[in-house]
Design a protein around this ligand. Sequence first.
Ligand SMILES: Nc1ncnc2c1ncn2[C@@H]1O[C@H](COP(=O)(O)OP(=O)(O)OP(=O)(O)O)[C@@H](O)[C@H]1O
Ligand SMILES: [Mg+2]
Length: 201
Amino acid sequence: MQQLYGAGIDISKPQGNMVVDIGGGTTDVAVISLGGSVVSTSLKVAGDKFDEAVVKYIKRKHNVIIGERTAEDLKINIGCVYPKIQDVEMDIRGRDLGTGLPKTITIHSSEMLEALIEPAMMVVDAVHSVLEKTPPELIADISNKGIYMTGGGSLVDGLDKLLQEKTGINVMIANDAVSCVALGTGKALDNLDVLDKRKRK
Ligand SMILES: Nc1ncnc2c1ncn2[C@@H]1O[C@H](COP(=O)(O)OP(=O)(O)OP(=O)(O)O)[C@@H](O)[C@H]1O
Ligand SMILES: [Mg+2]
């Protein structure tokens, strides 16, 4: 719930808000109204699974093993789940499975799309399933206000576009998606600080 304060969403009103928080290990999809979650789901498909998909793809397509940090670099720098207007590429080093020796290969963003579309569609499907269970009056609110995406995983290029295309609902990435949770927690911590000062007096 903390991330919602960070994202600047007012959940105290009787209107529905949909929030999709894509973290490292978990994606949380929730429709929230009056401070409580009305419908929600959680899946173990988030940033880490995107990285794993890249590792698997490069192994299959190039016969090269890369580490998860390299996969994350690729995801952040040239990753996409929606075709980019212009293809971009990145050189990476891994171990050639044939020779066992280091090898440098060039990866294109179009390949990242192939690698990442499967986990991305799992997130889209989870959003669909939550929308299906959402009461009609709240669906109206959500389609008016849009879907909020937050968490570092939401920054994969084109994920907002893909979700928007598949749901027909406007998708917004919360400003500071990565620090939203920290911001929310920060606000809670400010209050703790007040309590703490009181104690010390
Ligand atoms: N610019 C970026 N593009 C794509 N992915 C990114 C970007 N920046 C961060 N990430 C990914 O975001 C993920 C971490 O997100 P976040 O910090 O929200 O997770 P978390 O809150 O620690 O995890 P969880 O919510 O699962 O406990 C990592 O998988 C990271 O690779
Ligand atoms: Mg998180």
